[in-house]
Design a protein around this ligand. Structure first.
Ligand code: HPA
Length: 271
């Protein structure tokens, strides 16, 4: 695995000889617009990078972008790799391993998620303060590379408290309302039945989605500082369950994206 990581990192460095960033960003469903705000130095399709899988999902561009956001050098994954696409957990989290090898120390994650906390509404932003892993597998299953991180990593502070506080301050300054809560990561690709939403809600989850948790676990394993934000694209209402579609999710995510873009842009300036 270490060799594979090095090969991908070397390839990226060969395309971006002046690579010098400590911040990685992953853009979720319908949240790719932030990439347009980047003063781009290089763009590499995932398919060209050794070991990277391609994103097969509509609304995920599958492009690694290097450039400046708010004047700060960032490496952005415009579109992510999901477990439900059929990839192994090792493949899903390979980009985070490569980012770490490139010297990335901060990982900012974004996603579209279904709200379960009844104080939320569609279009809200939720800062993730913890997660529940409901994926059928942990991405750290299998041989552990001690060079990357411990066999049994502690998980109390996966989401960095300082980054959370800074993001909240940014939100207040910019008049953006943010919620905070627990993200439940599920494998998908089917959305939840009303009974599943009820169960996840009773598990004390505030939002549910099909990503982020594997990436956060792997990044935390390597001691990266993780920040995550969910855009609430649909709501579970116990008395009036509604059907949702990927199109609606993307549409709602796009509407809320500008708020997320402000938080990410201001946050990278403060790192
Ligand atoms: N469930 C799971 N994933 C999602 C949802 C949801 O309600 N909304 C956006 N991604």
């Amino acid at each position: 695995m270490l060799k594979k990581i090095k090969k991908a990192a070397d390839f990226i460095k060969s395309k971006i000889p002046n690579f010098n960033s400590e911040i990685g960003i992953i853009l979720g469903s319908g949240l790719g617009k932030l990439s347009e705000e980047i003063e781009t130095t290089a763009k590499i399709p995932y398919g060209k990078i050794p070991g990277f899988k391609t994103s097969t999902v509509k609304g995920h561009n599958g492009m690694l972008i290097y450039g400046r956001l708010g004047g700060v050098e960032v490496l952005v994954m415009d579109g992510r790799i999901h477990y439900y696409e059929g990839y192994s957990m090792k493949n899903v989290t390979f980009p985070e391993r490569v980012m770490n090898s490139l010297g990335i120390k901060y990982l900012l994650l974004s996603n579209a998620a279904g709200g379960m906390n009844q104080n939320f509404k569609v279009g809200d932003l939720m800062i993730i303060n913890d997660h529940i892993n409901m994926f059928p597998e942990n991405p750290l299953r299998g041989k552990n590379e001690e060079k990357l991180g411990p066999r049994f990593p502690a998980m109390k502070d996966v989401y960095d408290k300082e980054l959370i506080q800074r993001a909240k301050d940014i939100a207040v300054k910019n008049n953006i309302e943010v919620k905070e809560g627990v993200y439940i990561g599920v494998q998908g690709p089917a959305y939840e039945t009303p009974s599943e939403y009820r169960m996840y809600h009773e598990f004390k989850g505030d939002a549910v989605g099909m990503s982020t948790v594997p990436e956060a676990i792997v990044a935390h394993h390597m001691n990266m500082k993780v920040f995550g934000i969910s855009v609430i694209t649909d709501m579970y209402r116990p008395d009036a369950p509604e059907d949702i579609s990927h199109e609606e999710v993307q549409e709602m995510a796009k509407m809320a994206e500008p708020k997320m873009a402000i938080i990410f842009t201001e946050l990278v300036k403060k790192i």
